[in-house]
Design a protein around this ligand. Structure first.
Ligand code: GDP
Ligand code: IMO
Ligand code: MG
Length: 422
């Protein structure tokens, strides 16, 4: 039995898409378990770049079946755009995509509410994809789900009920113009035709697949520090990117999970607001952003960049149960004379024993750094671990030792061929 969970171990954009694409060759099924079109997973095949938001990154490998679990919030138009984009690039989706009947739908009012929230004092720098408001409705038991697309009468009833309620809020609380309910009903009734074919009882499908000996890779979106419970609240997303979210997000029981694999960027990035202890401000940070092409795959926003944080990684390893990892974007560090690694935090000269997730503490911590020599060599064509410069190997050993994980892959560029297996 091989049912693995793949998690982003920092604040997202660790290179999950690239590594899922590499690993999916060894799996039968790839399943996305949470988040929505806030994710942007990049895969480069030859000269073609694919950015996937909802469909698992396994779709680019022939014969791999792909699942979108109940934990994902689906913007139906974004989904259809993605399917069309893939088909235009010769990727056959037919019979390979399975969408949980219990996944919730992002509605136009979710995006409006997301944007209103972001214009106020509680701004956190969301992707504007309606994610938070959709999960609110889910937990408030007012959500509209994929399965509702199958019953047009019920769907229309639910949309009219919800839009009426949201319009009251929009008008009376936010002085915002009301939404046109007829337009939304018309738009959403039309999704039935295009999406019906993918709707699946996912837990039953996966249960049978696992019993038949098929292997499953669960693809996380976002990253552990964006987790609603374990992340740097309130600067988080509204779902559970950590490995525990995988069971809930696709309906596979914990007893079936055989391993947890972490994706770890060789430095740290974060998009949006929130504390970031190892952030590099000024010119050096800008340099790292340029070298790493650190601009959001979904929104194009510049990503904040910082030094590798082993203290944070230890926390992430603990809450996810990460055993083995892929280190990505190691090539981006090649230009530095010296590279810093954070090995702990202190507040008022006192070393912390555990990672603080509260804003008040995290904004006060002073990182304790160790400085390692850079390698100043282009490593983008290196094919084996042995060929890496001694300083690069030293860096890898140092971060793995201080974070407590075993390195299984090292990525030295965006392409499939730029991947070293240890
Ligand atoms: P994800 O959200 O975790 O899938 O990551 P993103 O796709 O948002 O961001 C990762 C970016 O880094 C993408 O542009 C990838 O093509 C790129 N990338 C992935 N691995 C490497 C690597 O090892 N080196 C370099 N230079 N770029 C990489
Ligand atoms: P992938 O899967 C990086 C961040 C947003 C914001 C916060 C909340 O590509 O790694 P949301 O729209 O989810 O309500 O925004 O979470 N965020 C991400 N940052 N990578 C992502 O996904 C992200 N998805 C959400 O920038 O700070
Ligand atoms: Mg991304």
């Amino acid at each position: 039995m091989n049912v693995s969970v793949l998690v982003g171990s920092q604040w997202g954009d660790e290179g999950k898409g690239k590594i899922v694409d590499i690993l999916s060759e060894r799996y039968d099924i790839v399943a996305r378990y949470q988040g929505g079109a806030n994710a942007g997973h990049t895969i480069v095949i030859g000269e073609q770049q694919f950015i996937l938001h909802l469909i698992p990154s396994g779709i680019l490998r022939d014969g791999i079946e792909c699942v979108i679990g109940n934990g994902v919030v689906i913007d139906p138009q974004a989904l259809l755009d993605e399917i069309r984009f893939l088909e235009e690039h010769g990727i056959d989706i037919k019979g390979r995509l399975f969408i949980s009947h219990n996944a919730h739908l992002i509605m136009p009012y979710h995006k409006v509410l997301d944007s209103i929230n972001e214009s106020g004092e509680n701004k956190i720098g969301t992707t504007g994809r309606g994610i938070g408001p959709c999960y609110i409705d889910k937990y408030d038991r007012k959500g509209i789900r994929i399965v509702d697309l199958l019953d047009k009468t019920e769907l229309e009833k639910k949309i009219r009920r919800n839009v009426k309620e949201k319009n009251k809020f929009l008008k009376n609380i936010y002085s915002h113009e009301e939404l046109d309910v007829d337009k939304i009903v018309e738009e959403y009734l039309a999704f039935n035709k295009a999406i019906k074919q993918y709707i699946t009882d996912v837990p039953a499908y996966l249960d049978k697949a696992i019993k038949d000996g098929k292997s499953v890779l669960m693809e996380g979106a976002q990253g552990a520090l964006l987790d609603i419970d374990h992340g740097t609240y309130p600067y988080v997303t509204s779902s559970s990117p950590t490995s525990g979210g995988a069971c809930i997000g696709v309906g596979v029981p914990p007893t079936q999970i055989t391993s947890v694999f972490g994706i770890v960027k060789a430095y740290v990035t974060r998009v949006g607001l929130g504390p970031f202890p190892t952030e590099i401000e000024g010119e050096k940070g800008e340099q790292l952003r340029q070298w790493g092409a650190e601009f959001g795959a979904t929104t194009g926003r510049p990503r904040r960049c910082g030094w590798f944080d082993a203290f944070l990684l230890n926390y992430s390893r603990m809450i996810n149960g990460i055993e083995r990892v892929a280190i990505t974007k190691l090539d981006v560090l090649s230009n530095f004379d010296e590279i810093k690694v954070c090995v702990g935090y202190e507040i008022n000269g006192k070393r912390l024993q555990s990672f603080p997730t509260t804003e008040s503490q995290l904004s006060k911590v002073v990182p304790i750094y160790e400085t390692l020599p850079g390698w100043k060599t282009d490593i983008t064509n290196v094919k084996t671990y042995d060929e890496l410069p001694a300083e690069t190997k030293n860096y890898l050993s140092f971060i793995s030792e201080h974070s407590g994980f075993e390195i299984a892959f090292v990525s030295v560029g965006p392409k499939r061929s730029q991947t070293i297996e240890l």
